[in-house]
Write a protein that binds this ligand. Structure first.
Ligand code: TYD
Ligand code: MG
Length: 425
C-alpha cells in the first residue's frame, strides 16, 4: 500500500533564504569559515562522526531503531553542549519532563543552560524557537511532531516531511544547529526518516545488536565532513560510554586458541579495528544445509563458500556453516574475505590459528588473494595489540612498510594461506 497525502501542496515555496535577495558571488570570494564556526560537542566519538563538530544551521538526523539509545545519546550530547555555555533547547514529544529529569540524573548530568519543552505541536514549537533563539535545537522525535494544517496522522510521510521542512527553514535562516531524532524499523521504514535523507545535511545512524552493549554511530551522509567515520560507544547503566580503543574491547573476550576464530584488521573510516570472525562448520542433517551469518552479508558468505569448495577442494555441501562477527559488529569490507575462508577451514579441520596471528585480504572468484587499501595501517594496529604474525595479500607486499616485531606472510592464493595455518601445527 502506498500512502497518498490528500492535502493541497503549500502555495509558498520553502526556500532557505526567503528573506534576503540572492546575489551571485565569485567562488573564490566565498568565505570558507566552516572550520572556525564548528563547535566541538564535547564527546570525542561524536565529533569524529560529525567531521569535527556541529556547524551552525546544520540539520542533523540521528536515526536508529527504537530503544537503541538515541534519546540517551542526545541527552548526553546536549548536556555536554550546554556545559560549554551554549544555549540548548531540547524538545521532546515522547517523554515527560520528569522522565527526562530522571534520565539525566541517571546519567549524572544536570547542566544549566539546557532548556526543556515537552510539546508535539510544531507551530507552537517554532514560536518557542523564534522567541528563545537557542544555538542548538533538538527534536525527539520527528515522528511525534505534527503540523496542525495537515490532516494526516503524526508519523505519516506528509507530516514528517512537512515538519522537517518547517524546522529547516527556521534553523537555516537563524543559524541554529538542529538535531532531529528519527526512528527506523528493521524492515527499512517507509514512513520513516528515509524520506528525510535528502533534506537534511547530515544523517547519522545509531546501530548495534540490542543483546550486546556496543553501539556504533555511523555517518550515512554528511555535507560538512567525511562519511566513512564511525563512533563506538558502550551502553552502561550510567548511559553511553565512549570506546576510544575498540580493538582492545572487541578482542578482550577471546578464548584460547580455538578452531574457527580469526582476527581481521578492518578499516572503519580512517581507523583500523581488529575484529574477531568466528565460524562454526558442523555436519548437516538437512537437505539444504544452513548458511547463517551475523555481521557479514549472506550473499558474500555464499560466494566465499563456493570459492573455498572450488579452489580448496573442500566438501561443504553437507555442512551447516555459521559465521559470526564478535561484539555485534557488521563487517562489509572485502578485506575480511580471506579471514572468513580461513575461519571456515579452521573450524572444518579443527585447526586453530595461533593467537598472535591476524589475517586480511580480498578473495577473487579464481581463488586469488587481492590487495586491499591501507594495509600498513592494519599492520600497525595488529602490532599495537601485540600480534606477531599477519597473513597478507602478496600484491603490493614488497612496498609495504612492516612494523617492527611483526612477521608478514604474503600469499598469492587462498590455498597458500590454508597451508600456512595447517603448517603452523
Ligand atoms: P533510549 O535512549 O530511550 O532509546 P531510543 O531513544 O533510541 O528509543 O534508550 C533505550 C535503552 O537504553 C533502554 O532500554 C534502557 C537503556 N539504558 C541503559 O542501559 N543505561 C542508561 O543509562 C540509559 C539512560 C538507558
Ligand atoms: Mg527515545
Amino acid at each position: 500500500m502506498v500512502e497518498r497525502p490528500l492535502e493541497a501542496p503549500l502555495k509558498k515555496g520553502l526556500g532557505l533564504t526567503s528573506t534576503d535577495q540572492p546575489v551571485p558571488l565569485h567562488l573564490i570570494d566565498v568565505p570558507s569559515d566552516l572550520d572556525e564556526s564548528r563547535t566541538s560537542v564535547g564527546i570525542g566519538e561524536m565529533d569524529r562522526v560529525l567531521g569535527g563538530g556541529l556547524v551552525p544551521g546544520a540539520l542533523v538526523l540521528l536515526s536508529g531503531e527504537p530503544g537503541i539509545g538515541k534519546s540517551t545519546l542526545l541527552l548526553q550530547l546536549l548536556s555536554s553542549l550546554a556545559h560549554t555555555s551554549k544555549s540548548v533547547l531540547y524538545i521532546s514529544g515522547e517523554e515527560s519532563l520528569a522522565q527526562i529529569k530522571m534520565r539525566s540524573e541517571r546519567l549524572g548530568k544536570t547542566s544549566r543552560g539546557l532548556w526543556l519543552v515537552c510539546e508535539s505541536d510544531l507551530d507552537r514549537i517554532l514560536d518557542i524557537v523564534r522567541e528563545h533563539a537557542p544555538s542548538v535545537l533538538a527534536i525527539d522525535s520527528i515522528q511525534t511532531m505534527f503540523c496542525r494544517d495537515i490532516s494526516s496522522a503524526p508519523g505519516s510521510i506528509a507530516q514528517v516531511r512537512e515538519a522537517t521542512a518547517r524546522v529547516m527553514q527556521v534553523a537555516k535562516t537563524r543559524g541554529i544547529a538542529t538535531i532531529l531524532v528519527g526512528h527506523v524499523t528493521k524492515e527499512g521504514s517507509i514512513a520513516g526518516p528515509k524520506v528525510l535523507e535528502h533534506l537534511v545535511d547530515t544523517v547519522l545512524y545509531f546501530e548495534g545488536d540490542r543483546s550486546h552493549t556496543f553501539r556504533l554511530l555511523r555517518t550515512i551522509k554528511n555535507r560538512y565532513g567525511p562519511t566513512y567515520e564511525i563512533g563506538v560507544f558502550e551502553m552502561t547503566d550510567r548511559g553511553l560510554r565512549e570506546v576510544p580503543n575498540p580493538s582492545e574491547v572487541f578482542l578482550s573476550q577471546r578464548p584460547g586458541p580455538v578452531p574457527g576464530s580469526v582476527i581481521v584488521p578492518c578499516m572503519e573510516g580512517t581507523r583500523p579495528i581488529l575484529v574477531e570472525i568466528q565460524a562454526l562448520v558442523s555436519p548437516s542433517h538437512l537437505t539444504m544445509p544452513r548458511r547463517t551469518s551475523t555481521g557479514i552479508d549472506s550473499n558474500r558468505l555464499a560466494l566465499l563458500i563456493a570459492v573455498a569448495e572450488r579452489h580448496l577442494g573442500l566438501a561443504l555441501y553437507d555442512r551447516d556453516i555459521f559465521i559470526n562477527v564478535v561484539g555485534g559488529l557488521k563487517v562489509s569490507e572485502p578485506a575480511s574475505e580471506l579471514g572468513v575462508i580461513l575461519a571456515i577451514v579452521s573450524s572444518l579441520r579443527e585447526v586453530p590459528l595461533d593467537l598472535d596471528t591476524a589475517v586480511f585480504g580480498e578473495v577473487g572468484l579464481t581463488g586469488e588473494v587481492r590487495a586491499v587499501e591501507r594495509a600498513g595501517l592494519r599492520l600497525k594496529e595488529a602490532t599495537r595489540l601485540g600480534l606477531k604474525r599477519c597473513i597478507i595479500p602478496w600484491p603490493g607486499s614488497d612496498r609495504l612498510k612492516v612494523p617492527d616485531g611483526l612477521e608478514p606472510f604474503p600469499v598469492k592464493r587462498i590455498n597458500e594461506a590454508v597451508a600456512l595455518i595447517s603448517g603452523a601445527q
